[in-house]
Design a protein. Structure first.
Length: 257
């Protein structure tokens, strides 16, 4: 982790990260811990979850993990209750869990409704549900920070992942509407829209496909998970206290918004 930078930024805060075992969620959980937060991570992948927690603990951070199927609402509710029982009320929520249909991705006319259901549920409905649970306590306490993960694919209009584009567009709209509802209660709600990021998916691309994708980016490189985590922690911080209902795009200039 390289030592704790800005160690007091989130001192005394509890941050909940969904899908925090890998990639952007992992980088964000580590950065929240570096900056003083007690971090709870919900994820279904046990080994990466344990490894991320070990990384945080080895550097002196405070973390708890809960193995959770994010599409199981009863399990999600129980996991959040466990977090608040052990760490205290949640001050910061990062709705990070989500993915494309991956191996089931296809042109829309070749897709099937079961794939749409999975993609929309995981990316949009889980964000709804976790926010619905957590924001109630934030409203009662008069403070909260919610950061949702959208995607720059919503601006590009990517082929073969139109279900994901639609779901992430929903996340952006949800962010704006919720921000207006919760602003009077001291709760900021924003979104981050990553471009192609060096997580597991892009690293599995054929070299010629990877290189072609990089050429589309004016800055000449994909984002690293830490680049996205920097935007997330900024929006969750006091420095962003007058920012709500916004979407911050981190994509190397692939598309402007």
């Amino acid at each position: 982790m390289g030592g704790f930078e800005m160690a007091n930024r989130f001192d005394g805060r509890v941050a909940l990260v969904t899908g925090g075992a890998n990639g952007i969620g992992r980088a964000s959980a580590i950065k929240f811990a570096e900056q003083g937060a007690k971090v709870a991570i919900l994820d279904i992948e046990e080994e990466p979850l344990a490894e991320t927690a070990a990384t945080i603990r080895d550097a002196g951070g405070a973390v708890m993990t809960v193995d959770t199927n994010m599409r199981d609402r009863e399990a999600v509710k129980a996991s959040i209750e466990k977090v608040e029982s052990e760490l205290g009320p949640i001050d910061i929520l990062l709705n990070n869990v989500g993915q494309t249909a991956r191996k089931n991705s296809s042109e829309f006319l070749d897709s099937v409704p079961e794939t749409w259901d999975f993609v929309v549920d995981l990316n949009l409905m889980v964000t709804f549900y976790v926010s619905w649970i957590v924001a109630k306590g934030m409203k009662e306490r008069g403070f909260g920070r919610i950061v949702n993960i959208s995607s720059d694919s919503t601006m590009v209009g990517e082929k073969t992942i139109v279900d994901y584009v639609a779901a992430k567009s929903g996340v952006t709209g949800f962010t704006r509407g919720l921000a207006r509802e919760l602003a009077p209660f001291g709760i900021n709600v924003n979104a981050v829209a990553p471009g192609v990021t060096n997580t597991r998916g892009p690293k599995q691309l054929a070299k010629e496909v990877y290189d072609a994708a990089v050429k589309e980016i004016p800055l000449g490189h994909f984002a690293e998970p830490e680049d996205i985590a920097n935007a997330i922690t900024f929006l969750a911080s006091q420095e962003a206290r007058c920012i709500t209902g916004q979407m911050l795009t981190v994509n190397g200039g692939r598309v402007f918004y």
